[in-house]
Design a protein around this ligand. Structure first.
Ligand SMILES: Cc1cc2nc3c(=O)[nH]c(=O)nc-3n(C[C@H](O)[C@H](O)[C@H](O)COP(=O)(O)OP(=O)(O)OC[C@H]3O[C@@H](n4cnc5c(N)ncnc54)[C@H](O)[C@@H]3O)c2cc1C
Length: 231
């Protein structure tokens, strides 16, 4: 199918939000956590496909949003960042199994990510917030404060929902509102105190490997943690 890029928003120095409208203006249904595969074609590279998590807030919408980081040495993102609003791009239907599990009310929900790894969590957290009496934690790592995606939205959610706990973490900057360093000690401190949890982790390999090791050491098993790896 094809999507029309209806809006491009520079969200952070290296990250753009792409708002897509599916052909025939049909509303798109997806399960929170899913991704779509976008495709480009050029004489130099032929057909190239890359996956992108859906960062829309709600699953049934006329538009679909993606949050994409520029990779200077990559193939797809330098091409995509040259495209403008109005461009039609080939893409798949929503797909993937890294999805929000229903029916876990009152069990703490932990979302751990770095950078654009936060994308699938936007709709997952919207859904988790509908569960009654359920503590929800977002531990979100970035280098600098300007890199934090949807920062104002997370702050607002935390103000509006007593059960939503937002933990920004910055590895290269000290800020009074954030933890300094990496995400690992931050989620460890929270998870040490709970017996059961549903844990979702999304991002690049290095962070995922370390997190998996830590979660196992904390006594969590594969029914309790779920991973989406970007590389
Ligand atoms: C399920 C899933 C969801 C994803 N969701 C998102 C998302 O929401 N947002 C997001 O930004 N990304 C996401 N990704 C990552 C995305 O799919 C791409 O991998 C990313 O955008 C880089 O694509 P690229 O073509 O620009 O870079 P690539 O061409 O894939 O290059 C990646 C890296 O490989 C190296 N490389 C490439 N070619 C060469 C070469 N010839 N020689 C040496 N080194 C080379 C470069 O250093 C580059 O840094 C997701 C991935 C998956 C699997």
């Amino acid at each position: 199918m094809e999507y029309r890029i209806v809006e491009i928003i520079q969200e952070a120095p290296r990250v753009r939000r792409f708002v897509l409208q599916p052909e025939h203006n049909s509303a798109l249904n997806f399960i929170p956590g899913q991704f779509i595969v976008l495709q480009m074609e050029s004489p130099e590279h032929g057909i190239i496909q890359r996956s992108y998590s859906i960062s829309s807030k709600h699953a049934n919408d006329q538009y679909l949003e993606l949050c994409i980081a520029m990779n200077d040495n990559g193939v797809f993102t330098p091409w995509l960042f040259k495209q403008e609003e109005g461009f039609w791009i080939v893409g798949s239907e929503p797909q993937g199994n890294f999805t929000f599990l229903d029916g876990q009310a009152r069990v703490p929900h932990m979302f751990i990510c770095t950078g654009t790894g936060v994308a699938p969590f936007r709709s997952m957290i919207s859904k988790a917030l509908k569960l009654e009496d359920t503590p929800i934690y977002l531990v979100f790592g970035n280098r600098f404060s300007e890199d934090i995606l949807y920062h104002e939205e997370w702050k607002q959610l935390a103000q509006q929902n007593q059960n939503f706990h937002y933990h920004p973490v910055l590895s290269r900057q000290n800020q009074s509102f954030a933890h300094t360093g990496y995400v690992h000690p931050v989620y460890t401190k929270i998870l040490e105190k709970v017996n059961d949890a549903q844990i979702y982790v999304c991002g690049w390999q290095n962070m995922l490997v370390e997190t998996r090791k830590n979660l196992k050491a904390l006594g969590f098993n594969r029914k309790q943690y779920h991973f989406e790896q970007y590389d």
